[in-house]
Design a protein around this ligand. Structure first.
Ligand code: PMP
Length: 456
């Protein structure tokens, strides 16, 4: 890692030690055994980089948790938050406010089809909660179908529809949720050998599941347009259009969860645009304002909005459409348009990241598959390319994960902060990353993969 020349990046080991001591004593961290973790104390961040109190700087190939789509501390967004704070820091949701109206208008303009009404939440999980509540009230049906390979959030309904093993510990088994297999050719559940077979069999499996559940009991099918946390698995051509058709046939609400894939991540404003599919409800968060102030929401179709035109929608949040969060969204969407951030993600994804990752896969036996689009890529690391045995047990939950830990440590030693989940590393830098930054990160990734190779 390189020392950073900026003044606020000067090493201050004593300050770092105090931050870590207070963290250890009082912060209860997500998804973790509290005594088995050792969080890095972060002193600052700018653009695609952040740095610690020891003066080590890291190139962030994780975009935080895949949310800093325009990088850290963009001056225009920071200024917009400061201006909004000076004018009107907070206000209750049942009023019309400039920042809120403008954010809703800009989001509605970007979302596909007639998703023209925006219900604001504080984050992704509560967006999923409300989307499913709307679908149940709209249809008068209780059940929801969702994919095993998915992550939809940590609140109760969101974790119930999630397929990721993190569901197991909180599954109440009473939420009316039925899981199914969405397509994923590399680890096909359908013995498929081509994308076409995988697509056709996955659609048949979904419809059969639906028929056996009783279509008249199913309110919604929820899918991540491109499943993210579970492995960045772009669906085969035709799959989402097929799901849309099934939903239309049985009067089921299609919810596309774009909390991770939305707002430029895939090189389109929304991943749904890649597949020309319009859902009835679309959930978003993260990239809407690059995570500068917590914000999420549901974009709602005309038909579903109509259900709640004369009858109240029974749900809300104290901070729905918080002025600071909405001002950050307005500024972020402005920056994305002015600076061509979505186009940057598409162009560098296609011409730099994709070719470079495929080239790395050619040289590193630990890389089983490369997949992705835009600034949304995954490398599947394996012990054996033939058998596709993952570098760690596929359903590892909190088990020691030595090969991936060694891989991550090597990346960090080369100044790259990698995203690691089970046997995968995801390449998800900010959507406004530069070509030079990408090349720097890809060189570090090359070195780290050599460490992963030792475990093949
Ligand atoms: N849906 C998807 C697709 C996500 O990726 C996430 C978060 N990673 C969530 C929902 C939950 O969002 P949050 O953590 O903001 O509640």
């Amino acid at each position: 890692a390189q020392p950073d020349p900026r003044p606020n990046a000067r090493p201050d080991e004593r300050a770092g030690a105090a931050v870590k001591a207070a963290d250890r004593a009082h912060v209860f961290h997500s998804w973790s055994a509290q005594e088995l973790i050792d969080p890095l104390a972060v002193a600052g961040a700018e653009g695609s980089y952040f740095w610690d109190y020891d003066g080590r700087r890291y190139l962030d190939f994780t975009s935080g948790l895949v949310f800093t789509n325009i990088g850290y501390q963009h001056p225009k967004v920071v200024a917009a938050i400061q201006e909004q704070a000076a004018r009107l820091t907070t206000f209750a949701p049942a009023f019309a406010l400039e920042a809120r109206s403008e954010a809703a208008r800009l989001i509605a303009e970007r979302t596909p089809g007639d998703l023209d009404k925006i219900f604001f939440t504080n984050a992704g999980a509560d967006a999923v909660e409300h989307a499913l509540r709307m679908a149940r009230l709209h249809t008068g049906r209780p059940k929801v179908l969702s994919a095993y390979r998915s992550y939809h959030g940590g609140t109760q309904t969101a974790i119930n529809v999630t397929g990721d093993p993190r569901r197991w510990a909180s599954d109440t088994g009473t939420a009316g949720v039925v899981h199914f297999w969405a397509p994923f050719l590399y680890r096909s559940r359908f013995y498929a050998e081509t994308e076409e077979q995988e697509c056709a069999r996955a659609l048949e499996h979904l419809e059969t599941t639906l028929v056996f559940e009783g279509p008249g009991t199913v309110a919604a099918i929820i899918l991540e347009t491109i499943p993210g946390t579970a492995g960045i698995m772009p669906p085969p051509a035709g799959y989402l259009a097929g799901v849309r058709e099934i939903c239309d046939k049985y009067g089921i609400v299609l919810v596309l969860d774009e909390v991770m894939a939305g707002f430029g991540r895939t090189g389109e404003w929304f991943a749904a645009d890649l597949y020309d599919v319009v859902p009835d409800l679309l959930t978003f968060a993260k990239g809407v304002n690059s995570g500068y102030v917590p914000l999420g929401g549901v974009a709602i179709s005309g038909e579903i909005a109509e259900t709640f035109a004369k009858r109240p929608y029974p749900g809300g949040l104290t901070y729905s459409g918080h002025p600071l969060a909405c001002a950050a969204a307005v500024a972020t969407l402005g920056v994305m348009a002015e600076e061509g951030v979505v186009e940057n993600a598409a162009r560098l994804g296609e011409h730099v990241v994709g070719p470079a990752l495929r080239e790395l896969a050619g040289r590193h036996p630990s890389v089983g598959e490369v997949r992705g689009v835009g600034m949304f890529w995954a490398l599947e690391l394996v012990r054996d390319r033939e058998t596709r045995e993952p570098l760690v047990p596929y359903n590892a939950t909190g088990e020691a994960n030595a090969p991936m830990a060694a891989f991550a440590a090597a990346a960090k030693a080369h100044g790259l902060w990698p995203f690691v989940n089970m046997n995968r590393t995801h390449v998800v830098p900010p959507c406004n990353v530069s070509e030079a930054e990408l090349k720097e990160g890809l060189a570090a990734l090359d070195a780290a993969l050599s460490v992963a190779d030792e475990h093949t």
